[in-house]
Design a protein around this ligand. Sequence first.
Ligand SMILES: [Zn+2]
Length: 236
Amino acid sequence: MNTDLDFLCVGAHADDVELGMGGTVAKLVRLGKRGAILDLSDASMGTRGTVEERTREALEAARILGVPRSNLGFRDGFLDSRDPALRTRLTEYVRRVRPAVVFTHPLRDRHPDHEQTAQLVRDMTFLSGLAKYPSDEVAFRPSRVFHWMGARDGDPDFCVDVSQDWETRQKAIAAFGSQFGAEGPTTPLSGQSFRDFLEARGRFLGSRIRAKMAEGFYCDELPEIFDPTTLCKGDF
Ligand SMILES: [Zn+2]
């Protein structure tokens, strides 16, 4: 398949990608893969931080992870997977950057924007492959959509060992100082208990694959093991 990007991560808000799969992004980049982050909303509903602050933080976090980042600027809190403008913009973006695979939110999550984003990505990564679907760009369909884990955890379909990349993930998350720092009103994300939860989940998922730290993902279609000789490595 002729692709320009190896992977694309689509999040509703700045910091969603880092919280969901920051370690996996860092690992993919470390292993030589080319990716990008696309945020859909302008982060204007956040309890903490201005839009400008959050934009600056998001660019710094992406720099730490080693990927470019764009923002479609749709209204935070009002993301709608049926919005024709949003559907067109995402289709055009996917057709332009041609990612082999796309990562996004789980279909079931606490924030409505996350669920809308997941459904939108599911819809548009399929429709973008239809030659007659209207757009100025040439039709293109990513081969798979993977969903990182959110606030409604079930059993993931697979895990990625991110032990070596956990520190980079932490640095990228710390770049969002307005969200996770000590300054400002208390939010569900700003306290030590949220940081403890992220650490505990990373460790627990790591234990599921006998690694120190891991991130988990869901997928509708089973991911194929392309090279079965990797099954014989004996270090699973
Ligand atoms: Zn979010």
